[in-house]
Ligand binder design. Structure first.
Ligand code: BG6
Length: 470
C-alpha cells in the first residue's frame, strides 16, 4: 500500500533517548545499594564490568544538563531495584529514593518527560538466591517494589515501563550474564520464570492503573520482523514459527492477557510449558497496557529447519543473533541488508514493517524505547568523535518511522539507544551507542569526561525541527 509519502511528527512527539541503571550509573555498592544479578554474574574478563560504568550516579546533574542541551523531550532510564529495596522487599533505602528524586526533578525542571523502566535485567541478587523468577514469591516482591515507586514518584512520572526485554532474558539468558558456575538454566525453568514475570507484569499494570489513573504503563519487548529466506512454503512456516516464538508470544500475553496458542502448543509439545496455578489466567487478564514499547535493532531472515544440529547458530549468546532450533527454524542470510561490525543486521525498512505489524496486531500506541548502532567510536584530536555512521543509521530509521506515521501507525516517541555511552550488555565499553562520548576505556577509567559526538549536534537539529531536518 502506498499512502502519502510523509506525515509530520505530532507536535507532542517524544523525541528522547535511553539508558539503563546498571549500564550507566556505576556506584554499584554505594549508599546502601545491594548487588543485583548483573553485579554477581560472570562476564568476560577482557571487557568492562558494571562497577563504574559511565559514573552517572555521581555526575547526574552534568548529564541531565547535556540532555537538556540536546533538546530531549523525554529520557528513558531504569531504576535499580537494589537501590530502592536492598533486601529485594522490606526496608526502603532513603538514599536510593533520593537519587532518583533528584534525577526526576531535574528532568521535569528541564521539561524532559521521565520514562521509567521498573526493571531492566537487574534482579536483586538476594532474590535470585531464593530462586529468582522461579520462585513465585518474586512476583509479590516485584509488586511491592513497583508499589513503592508508584507511591513515591507517581505525581512526577507519567510514563512507566514494566520489564525490559523479557524475551531477551528468556531466549538469550547468556547475553545478560550467567550465575556463578556458569550453568545455563533449563528451558523448563526459563519458561516458568517467564510465566512468573508475566503475572508480575500484569499485577503491576493493574496496580498502576488503580493508584495512578493518569499514568501510562506498558511492556518493553525486543521486537523485530522476520523474512522467509525464499518463497518456499516451508521457509514461510519457519519464519512464522520464529516470529511467534520470539515476539508475539511475549507481547500477546502482555496485551491480551493470554498465551499465544501456537507458542503454547510448542511449549506443551516439548514438555517445557510452565506450571499454571489456579487463578493465574485471571491475573494475566488484569494487565492492560496503555501502550507497547519496542526495542528495535534488526530483522531476521529465516529458513526451514534441516532437522539437525546444523540449524543451531554458533553465536547463541547475542540477543540479535538468531538461535536456530532443529524442527522449528534456522537462521539464513539476507543479501538485501547490511550489518554492523558486530554482525547485527541493519534494516531501517524493517522498522517500518515492525511498527505496522505491531500496530495492526494490538492497536495500541507504540513508543520506540531502543534503536541504535553499537560502534567503537574514536576520539580524535580536538575532542572530535565523527560518528557519521550513527547519524546515517538513525536518519534512515527516523525516515522509515515517518513513513510508518504516514501508514497511520500511532508512534508516540522515539528514544534511541543510548543517550550517553554506556557499558554494552555483554560487549563492554568498546561498543558504544551514545550521543555523548564518555572518556574511558574497557579497564582504564581515564577522566570519564563527557564529550559531544557529531551525532549530538545532528540529533539536536532533528529535535528542534520536530523531525523536519534529517
Ligand atoms: C538491548 C538492551 O537488548 O540492547 C540494552 O535492552 C542493550 O540493555 C542494548 O545494551 C544493546 O545491546 P548490546 O549487547 O550491544 O549492549
Amino acid at each position: 500500500m502506498i499512502y502519502r509519502q510523509t506525515a509530520p511528527f505530532p507536535a507532542d512527539f517524544l523525541w528522547g533517548a535511553s539508558t539503563s541503571a546498571y549500564q550507566v550509573e556505576g556506584a554499584w555498592n554505594e549508599d546502601g545499594k545491594s548487588p543485583s544479578v548483573i553485579d554477581m554474574c560472570q562476564h568476560a574478563a577482557e571487557t568492562a564490568d558494571f562497577t563504574v560504568a559511565s559514573d552517572h550516579y555521581h555526575r547526574v546533574m552534568e548529564d541531565v544538563a547535556l540532555f537538556a542541551e540536546l533538546g530531549l523531550k523525554a529520557y528513558r532510564f531504569s531504576i535499580a531495584w537494589t537501590r530502592i529495596l536492598p533486601g529485594g522487599v522490606g526496608e526502603v533505602n532513603p538514599a536510593g529514593l533520593a537519587f532518583y528524586e533528584r534525577l526526576i526533578d531535574e528532568l521535569n525542571r528541564h521539561c524532559i518527560e521521565p520514562i521509567v523502566t521498573l526493571y531492566h535485567f537487574d534482579l536483586p541478587w538476594c532474590l535470585e538466591q531464593q530462586g529468582g523468577w522461579n520462585n513465585r514469591a518474586t512476583i509479590d516482591a516485584f509488586v511491592e517494589y513497583a508499589s513503592t515507586l508508584f507511591t513515591h514518584f507517581g505525581e512526577k512520572v507519567r510514563y512507566w515501563l514494566t520489564i525490559n526485554e523479557q524475551n531477551t532474558m528468556i531466549l538469550h539468558p547468556g547475553a545478560i550474564g550467567l550465575p556463578e558456575g556458569g550453568v545455563m538454566p533449563t528451558a523448563k525453568s526459563l519458561w516458568q520464570q517467564n510465566h512468573h514475570m508475566m503475572l508480575a507484569q500484569a499485577r503491576v499494570m493493574a496496580l498502576c492503573h488503580r493508584l495512578l489513573p493518569a499514568a501510562k504503563i506498558g511492556p518493553a519487548i525486543n521486537t523485530t520482523s522476520m523474512y522467509a529466506e525464499t518463497c518456499k512454503p516451508e521457509d514461510a512456516i519457519a519464519a512464522h514459527n520464529w516470529e511467534t516464538l520470539r515476539g508475539w508470544n511475549f507481547l500477546d500475553v502482555a496485551v491480551h492477557g493470554r498465551y499465544n496458542s501456537l507458542a503454547w502448543r510448542y511449549l506443551l509439545d516439548r514438555d517445557i510449558a510452565p506450571d499454571v496455578a489456579e487463578g493465574d489466567a485471571a491475573i494475566l487478564l488484569q494487565g492492560r497496557p496503555d501502550y507497547v514499547a519496542i526495542n528495535y535493532y534488526s530483522t531476521a531472515t529465516i529458513a526451514a529447519s534441516r532437522g539437525d544440529a546444523s540449524d543451531i547458530s554458533a553465536r547463541a549468546g547475542d540477543q540479535q543473533i538468531m538461535l536456530g532450533e532443529p524442527g522449528v527454524y534456522r537462521a539464513a542470510e539476507n543479501p538485501f541488508v547490511g550489518k554492523t561490525q558486530y554482525g547485527w543486521v541493519v534494516d531501517p525498512v524493517g522498522l517500518r514493517l515492525t511498527l505496522r505489524k505491531t500496530w495492526e496486531r494490538y492497536n495500541l500506541p507504540i513508543l520506540i524505547t531502543e534503536n541504535g548502532i553499537g560502534a567503537p567510536d574514536e576520539l580524535e584530536a580536538g575532542e572530535v568523535i565523527n560518528d557519521d555512521y550513527r547519524i546515517d543509521f538513525l536518519r534512515q530509521h527516523i525516515a522509515q518511522l515517518q513513513l510508518a506515521l504516514a501508514d497511520g501507525v500511532e508512534v508516540i516517541g522515539y528514544c534511541p539507544w543510548s543517550a550517553i555511552d554506556v557499558v554494552s550488555t555483554h560487549q563492554g565499553y568498546g561498543k558504544r551507542y551514545g550521543f555523548i562520548y564518555v572518556n574511558r576505556g574497557e579497564h582504564d577509567l581515564k577522566d570519564l569526561k563527557r564529550i559531544r559526538k557529531q551525532s549530538f549536534g545532528w540529533y539536536q537539529q532533528v529535535i528542534a525541527s520536530n523531525g523536519q531536518s534529517l
